[in-house]
Design a protein around this ligand. Sequence first.
Ligand SMILES: [Zn+2]
Length: 421
Amino acid sequence: MSTLETERFDLVIRNVRTVDGGPLCDLAVSGGRIRRIGQSIRCEAVETYDGEGAFAFAGFVDSHIHLDKACILDRCNICEGTLPEAVRETARAKAGFSPEDVYARAARVVEKAISHGTVRMRTFVEIDPRAGFRSFEAIKLIRADYAFAIDIEICAFAQEGLTSEPATFHMLDAALADGADLVGGCPYTDPDPERHIEMVFELAVKHGVAVDFHLDFDLDPRHTDLPEVIEATLRHGWQGRVSIGHVTNLSAMSPTKLEAIAGRLARAGIALTVLPATDLFLNGRGRDRLVPRGVAPAHVLARHGVVTSIATNNVMNPFTPFGDASLIRMANLYANVAQLSRDEDIAQAFDMVAANPARQLGVTYGLEEGAPATLVLLEADGAKASLREIARVRTGWKDGVRSFDNGRTHIFRPGTKGKTA
Ligand SMILES: [Zn+2]
């Protein structure tokens, strides 16, 4: 190509910031990948999009969501608002789930997540004698049908115990041989938590997959299943492939004890996800005043080298009777609850719904030349402002193809036909 010839691309996105508060630049895309990032790129393109100063980043990553049991408030009773009640009510409801029902509810949540800029998620799917494989079959279809916009990984999950229900173990085994991406357990619902942890690892090792535990969901700083998870991770050489969610009792520990645990988690390569909406809703129910937050201090753990993320968990069910699958809202909620204010802490909280969960899920992430053109535009000048303001999500692309668009805001001042905000 002569130097006089203009370069041609499939798509050029102009006037965006790829660095927080940085200069405006352009992204040129061809063959689904970012080919060039630079200021005022001189080129021709089949399609041009004006980002109007938006912040472009590689999209949100939800490391922990339950698509199978979302949107079931219409068939559950919430009287106590406690964890045992949520487990009980959901167990009752799921016996009546059909694949069509699970698909319809999951699709609703996935479409919300896409429109909120989420490009990847790890969903738990309960597989046991009550749910059978019905939810699993539905979520596999969801994974395929929405792959144009979002990468979904499926965690075959034992919500209600393994040692007490051996059939679940064999069902998880079968699911892992039939399309599940990883395995998850919930030691606190099992009469024998230690054996439960070992059984989950047994499946992980057999199938060569990652592990994700719901762990220590209470406010008792004396009791923890964490040592067993750390020990099993090291014994099996599973560093970098183990996640734990909730661990709300960390919020009740002294800073010294927390620091010691953070060091052990970092050394064992165990990632931690906090689920602020659920943790806030279910914890501290025995109190009639000064209700504790009960959210693990992820930002403190991160300072000690633990990979931490903030995620959605549940949407519109007895665990969390709220939800819109918006991760920028969830990161904002966490920052507010954790009383963060410094720029570095706000930037870190943003990373907890973006780069950190990507690392947790073991995928490469970031906008750079040669990377997949999967990106989202936020109406702010950077990550920190996006989090503080809960920035509006404008539009997004997956592998160079537009996957959603929320349109532009118009303010209709009297006497005008509407001015683009
Ligand atoms: Zn969960």
